[in-house]
Design a protein around this ligand. Structure first.
Ligand code: MN
Length: 271
């Protein structure tokens, strides 16, 4: 179970980056290859990073490796790299590659790729036509009315007016209402993103999250427009591999993800 010389096998020098504002700070990306690693590996890395005062994230990659971004005091980052190289019972010695990267300014060490809760987008006609984006935070759905609906085009900023929280039991509601109707336009789960803990990021007015829906995928941001204007936000798609410049997903995919109906179908039904 000895680490031996393994912890000195780093391919890069700690001082490789001359751009860091704080000379004692360091940031790395590591990829850990070890057969048999599971969710407990991610949690163990998060717990150790927390002990060491190291910030960043850990996530499972599709190829079965563990990816780690770690930044903070150089000694803490080095100790976390050593921890990644410790053999685990019955699984042998992990292979760890380490690359020096720029410090990104993380404020936490997060486990990425985990659901933070449900999300739903409901198309809604009442006095006006709009889309309601709802993100689960604890036992409620935080809600924003988006008049033009979400977009997958990163160049498009959509006004999003925060409205009252809804209950989770409303997420599957679709049908006629007294003054109009509701359609479940998209539904799925989301992950927290960005560098600030969730849901504190929402309180601070800049929240980054990744949607895993049937229509909406990838990173999005909700940005409060002015500190004093608590209810007024902008919703925008972040630039990533899920972005679709020039697209209009609301017009292209109008059907309910529950029933295949359009809002016109719902409104045309006799209640
Ligand atoms: Mn509404």
């Amino acid at each position: 179970m000895s680490r031996g010389s393994d912890s000195r096998r780093r391919g890069h020098r700690a001082s490789a980056s001359g751009e860091d504002r704080h000379p004692a700070e360091r940031a790395i990306r590591a990829v850990v290859t070890q057969p048999g690693q599971d969710a407990s590996s991610r949690e163990a890395v998060r717990a150790r990073a927390h002990e060491l005062g190291v910030r960043g994230w850990v996530r499972d990659s599709d190829d079965g490796t563990l990816a780690v971004h770690a930044e903070g005091p150089a000694a803490g980052v080095e100790a976390l790299i050593s921890f990644l190289r410790v053999p685990s019972a019955g699984a042998g010695t992990p292979e760890v590659t380490v690359e020096e990267v720029a410090i990104e300014g993380h404020e936490q060490f997060a486990v990425r790729g985990l659901s933070a809760g449900e999300f739903v987008v409901q198309e809604h006609v009442a006095t006006a036509h709009h889309f309601d984006l709802r993100l689960q935070v604890g036992e409620v759905m935080r809600s924003w009315a988006v008049p033009k609906g979400p977009s997958l085009d990163p160049a498009v900023k959509r006004l999003a007016v925060q409205v009252e929280d809804h209950g989770l039991d409303h997420n599957a509601f679709e049908g006629r209402t007294e003054r109009g109707g509701v359609l479940v336009w998209d539904r799925g789960y989301y992950e927290q993103g960005g560098r600030v803990p969730w849901p504190e990021a929402l309180e601070r007015g800049h929240a980054v999250f990744v949607l895993h829906g049937q229509k909406l995928h990838g990173g999005f941001a909700l940005q409060r427009t002015r500190p004093g204007q608590k209810s007024q936000w902008l919703l925008l798609k972040r630039r990533d591999e899920e972005a679709r410049p020039g697209s209009d997903v609301v017009a292209e995919q109008a059907e309910s993800v529950l029933s295949g109906r359009t809002l016109e179908d719902v409104l045309g039904e006799h209640g």
